[in-house]
Design a protein around this ligand. Structure first.
Ligand code: NCD
Length: 351
């Protein structure tokens, strides 16, 4: 059974296949109007979402399928204390595919271990968000025509921003891709992600320095809901604001992306700049989700062996309090990364 839990669950060949499928869907939507007729998507959203859930729903409707699920865990049996494992066992009996968003890191991976149907991770805590990454990749392809030899600036909350983590994991596989990191010290990229990047990144402390360097500027919101300390959020929330003056320092063909929702980090004055691609990006989100659902439900894909993620079982407990392994009664699992560091299989944090 194949799932989409992390951007590295797809080979670059499969990413290409899904991008081409999305482009075909954009060109010939009528040919897909009944592609998932009779199939059901369950959207299990334990954390607030507007665009991701609606985008999945619209995608399945346009494929001729149906959608069921919940958008507030308080209205489901979760409020009675049901585990993720039991919830997906039950939902496996009612649907053909699940899109899950959860505030605990690794929750969709746990779900995949108990599910009889494919699981799509629609965002797990501060960890991963692979369908946003596929949206970002489709946008980069449509706007710039390629994934290789690009310099990608990542700005804002690089610590808790799951969209950033997934985008890095996907893009570092293409030749000649470099990253420019722009974040306050307190919201710097986690060490496991820096280890992933090797020497393919530079850190700068201002947007002024970054603007002339980047082909893609990926702006993110400071993730208020992940802060334990409200004062710290208030102090950091407006660290970097992209405005029209900063845009004059960038090249004519660069693009600005943002997974949205935007809070303060891009002024509305930037919206009419042709390089501001974030509203076009939202639309691409629906097309790529159509392509993802279509592909994950196709026999060819389900029977192809995807990239392997070897792990070992152990007794060392994960100390990341945002990890599902600290609350759900599951076996502890770990893997050893390329630097020989043991990491939690569910959330990638160092053990
Ligand atoms: C992002 C998310 O949920 O991580 N939003 C989205 O999926 N479009 C980014 C965010 O919430 O800041």
């Amino acid at each position: 059974m194949r799932h989409l839990l992390d951007s590295t669950d797809l080979t670059t060949g499969e990413i290409e296949q899904i991008i081409l499928r999305a482009l075909d869907i954009i060109a010939h939507p009528e040919q897909y109007a009944e592609a998932c007729k009779g199939k059901k998507l369950a959207t299990l959203f334990y954390e607030p979402s507007t665009r991701t859930r609606l985008s999945f729903t619209a995608a399945m409707m346009e494929l001729g399928g149906n959608v069921l699920g919940f958008s507030d865990a308080r209205s489901s049996s979760v409020s009675k204390g049901e585990t993720v494992a039991d919830t997906v066992r039950v939902v496996s009996a009612f649907a053909d595919i699940i899109a899950m968003r959860h505030y605990k890191e690794g929750a969709p991976r746990v779900a995949s271990e108990f599910s009889r149907i494919p699981i799509i991770n629609a965002g797990d805590g501060g960890h991963s968000h692979p369908t946003q990454t596929m949206t970002d990749l489709l946008t980069i392809r449509r706007e710039l025509g390629r994934f290789d030899h690009l310099t990608v600036g990542l700005c804002g909350d690089l610590k808790y921003g799951r969209t950033v983590h997934s985008l890095i994991k996907a893009m570092r596989r293409y030749e000649g891709v470099r990253f420019v990191l722009i974040a306050p010290h307190e919201l710097a990229l986690p060490d496991y992600m820096k280890a992933e990047l090797g020497d393919a990144y530079t850190e700068v402390s201002t947007l002024e320095e970054a603007m002339p360097l980047v082909d893609v500027l990926y702006m993110t919101r400071v993730q208020q809901e992940r802060f334990a300390d409200r004062d710290e959020y208030e102090r950091l929330k407006d660290s970097f604001i992209l405005d029209e003056r900063l845009m004059t320092l960038a090249g004519p063909n660069m693009i600005v992306l943002h997974p949205l929702p935007r809070v303060n980090e891009i002024t509305v004055g930037v919206d009419n700049d042709p390089r501001a691609a974030y509203f076009r990006q939202v639309e691409n989100g629906k097309y790529i989700r159509k392509a993802i659902i279509y592909t994950l439900l196709s026999d060819d894909f389900l029977h192809a062996s995807g990239p392997a993620h070897p792990y070992e079982s152990g007794t060392t407990a994960c100390h990341n309090d945002r990890c599902i392994a600290t609350t759900e009664p599951i076996e502890q699992k770990h893997y050893t990364d390329h630097d020989g560091v043991r990491r939690c299989y569910y959330c990638d944090h160092m053990l």
